[in-house]
Design a protein around this ligand. Sequence first.
Ligand SMILES: CC(C)(COP(=O)(O)OP(=O)(O)OC[C@H]1O[C@@H](n2cnc3c(N)ncnc32)[C@H](O)[C@@H]1OP(=O)(O)O)[C@@H](O)C(=O)NCCC(=O)NCCS
Length: 337
Amino acid sequence: MAAISGAVGAPHARIMGIGAYRPSRLVPNSEVVDAIDSSDEWIQQRSGIRTRRFATPEETIQVMSVASSRIAIERAGISPEQIDCVVVATVSHLLQTPAIAPAIAHELGTGNAAAFDISAACAGFCHGVSLGADMVRGGSARHVLVIGVERLSDITDMTDRGTAFIFADGAGAVVIGPSETPGIGPVVWGSDGEAYDYIRQREDWRDVVGSEDSPGSGVMPHLTMQGNPVFRWASFTMSKVAVQALEAAGVAPEDLDVFVPHQANMRIIDAMARSMKLPASVRIGRDVADQGNTSAASIPLALDRMIAEGDARSGDTALLIAFGAGLAYAAQVVTVP
Ligand SMILES: CC(C)(COP(=O)(O)OP(=O)(O)OC[C@H]1O[C@@H](n2cnc3c(N)ncnc32)[C@H](O)[C@@H]1OP(=O)(O)O)[C@@H](O)C(=O)NCCC(=O)NCCS
């Protein structure tokens, strides 16, 4: 039996740089309410959302990804050729194959970086961060670009009262690279497939082939959601996962600076913070109010904004937790780049 050389990775991994892209079209609640017989007041009270952003036709998954990635790469202080792997978390790249990641890697000028998409819905970004950190530590890549990007407006039924006011578009990216000290804590992740149906694309699309909502027509099946059970699961079960991620990283709540939960809904964010008994000193990401729920893009968008507005500083300790369809979830403590 021949001896096989093992890969040698870095001692630790960290986030080196972050970038974000917010689509140009700002959509206030007043544009959404008529089709769902709702009101600005109801939407704000139930979700905390005042406005959201929808991409224009030119603001494609690739365009938004490349724009956010260029910023992240520049802030990381490396060149695109130094990226060894590109991981794109998305559920709204409308082709099942090929993945969008190789096209993004090529446009960025990464050379022949490994590139693939992952599908973990709103939990996708934290899954990607976990994969990236493991790659850097395991030696399969020195620098990994992780992108969370969505155009949920393409798969949202704007006449569905349960989802039309929630979902939105955008992109965020981070570069993960080597570090002498731990900058990304252990991931706490999992899935609850018993609740597979809580958030999903229409299950009856096979019955409606030929209608404008069917795959055969070129239109992707719309998202549907059981709002109440999702709300309860996210508010209570996910706060326990967030506490586990703190424990796994050995970080006490009073030593936490920043909390960046998935920007699903302001009521869920508030319920989580209460149930975790976070100290008042912890600054909490609340990007959902004017950005909407951008699924895989929501955490990097929220963290980038907190950095820009001075609510998160380089070196701060931040807890990230993402959760959504599947149901899938992932959480980890990171050092703010
Ligand atoms: C979607 C959500 C806001 C709906 O709120 P809810 O309180 O569960 O709403 P319900 O479906 O129980 O309906 C409550 C009432 O509001 C009405 N309603 C439902 N949608 C409405 C809308 N868009 N506008 C106005 N009224 C609406 C219902 O008709 C019902 O009226 P009734 O009491 O007169 O019968 C809530 O379930 C939620 O936040 N879920 C989590 C969603 C989320 O964040 N998902 C992302 C996870 S990744």
